[in-house]
Design a protein around this ligand. Structure first.
Ligand SMILES: Cc1ncc(COP(=O)(O)O)c(C=O)c1O
Length: 369
């Protein structure tokens, strides 16, 4: 065939997700596999969401609500904003694409942190816009001055992610406020809050207050992490009504399926599940820190549900050996951080399974070095 795809596609790398459990089971002939690769909720979905799916399943011959009115109303109430300030997406991923389709064209530019979640770059490239990567500091912190200095007339969007993926670092309230006050009014800041529920420090800022004071800001959220609904694909964005109505122009009518809408509305209200997940995650982080300290493994302190560790020249071998023993983690090379691994925080038992393998492999590898 001689059908040519767009030139830009040659430059675009496909997303490389965490390996699924079934694949590792098949490849390595294992029955017990622990997935600590995609920052999912190790406790599973909210039981209320599961019930909502069963209650809604008999109606799947109907198209879903194209405006997801019930879910939107529930989210608006939750954040005390107007429903016109919200758009629901097929995961936050779809919203990143929609944002790109709405605001970017050739000649435009976006600023993204380096390293960061790959979809920001994907969306911009897809639309023919330029990407400028602004490095985090050596400790993987945000230096927002670097972003401010990088802004040019062609800058349309600035992506910030807090807590940040893949480092777990976060942006302090004081810094975010100062940044938003100083950014030119024609630049939209996209604050990706996929992991905001996990931050348990007083100076964390989830961005919602700034929406109330009229900053040109859009906050992204997902139901894939704390709410445990990654498989259903739901996310949302909160911003000014003028921004949201523009994005709605490019949205497909039935982008979020009816089971996902029902589950998300139920999960949002399930405070017990959210509270328990946060607690298990905070405890799990401490459990992992203690073990890493004991083993002499260097890591970045995380406000999220994953931890980035340093494994230097042993990273690839460690990754492969963990996989062979049924533990799936993520290679830092995915984000341009060879020598690192990103490990999702699991349940206490999952963390023990990881640590017992890690302890064995780490000392073997150190001895062989
Ligand atoms: C920072 C960040 N943003 C967005 C997403 C996408 O979330 P969703 O599953 O809602 O598409 C992820 C998922 O890993 C993420 O890490």
């Amino acid at each position: 065939l001689n059908i040519q795809a767009r030139d830009i596609l040659q430059e675009m790398k496909p997303y490389s997700p965490g390996k699924p459990i079934w694949e590792v089971q098949e490849e390595y002939g294992l029955t017990e596999v622990t997935k600590l690769a995609s920052n999912e909720n190790p406790l599973g979905p909210s039981p209320k969401a599961v019930k909502a799916v069963w209650d809604a399943i008999g109606e799947i011959h109907r198209y879903p609500d194209s405006q997801a009115v019930r879910l939107k109303t529930a989210i608006a109430k939750h954040h005390q904003v107007d429903p016109r300030q919200i758009i629901i997406g097929n995961g936050a991923d779809e919203l990143i694409t929609l944002l790109s389709e709405t605001f970017l064209q050739p000649g435009d530019e976006i600023l993204v942190p380096l390293p960061s979640f790959g979809e920001y770059v994907f969306g911009a490239k897809l639309m023919g816009a330029q990407v400028r990567q602004i490095p985090l500091t050596e400790d993987f912190d945000y230096d927002l001055e670097r972003f401010l200095t990088a802004v040019r007339p062609q800058t349309k969007l600035v992506y910030l992610c807090s807590p940040h993926n893949p480092t777990g670092t976060y942006i302090e309230q004081r810094k975010l406020t100062d940044f938003l006050n100083r950014l030119p009014g024609n630049v939209l800041t996209v604050l990706d809050g996929a992991y905001s529920h996990y931050a348990n420090t007083a100076d964390f800022d989830d961005g919602m207050e700034h929406l109330r004071d009229g900053s040109p800001l859009l906050v992204l959220r997902t139901f894939s992490k704390i709410y445990g609904l990654a498989g259903l694909r739901v996310g949302y964005a909160v911003s000014a009504p003028e921004i949201i109505s523009r994005i709605l122009q490019v949205k497909e009518p039935f982008n979020v399926n009816s089971l996902a809408q029902a589950a998300a509305a139920a999960a949002l209200e399930d405070e017990d599940h959210i509270h328990l997940t946060r607690q298990v995650n905070a405890d799990g982080r401490q459990q992992l820190y203690r073990a890493f300290d004991r083993l002499g493994i260097r890591y970045t302190k995380s406000m999220s549900n994953f931890i980035l560790i340093e494994a230097g020249g042993m990273a690839d071998t460690l990754y492969e050996s963990l996989l062979g023993s049924g533990i799936i983690v993520r290679r830092g090379a995915t984000w341009g951080l060879p020598g690192h691994l990103r490990i999702s925080v699991g349940t206490t038992e999952e963390n023990v399974a990881l640590l017992s393998q890690l302890e064995k492999l780490w000392s073997q590898l150190r001895a062989a070095e």
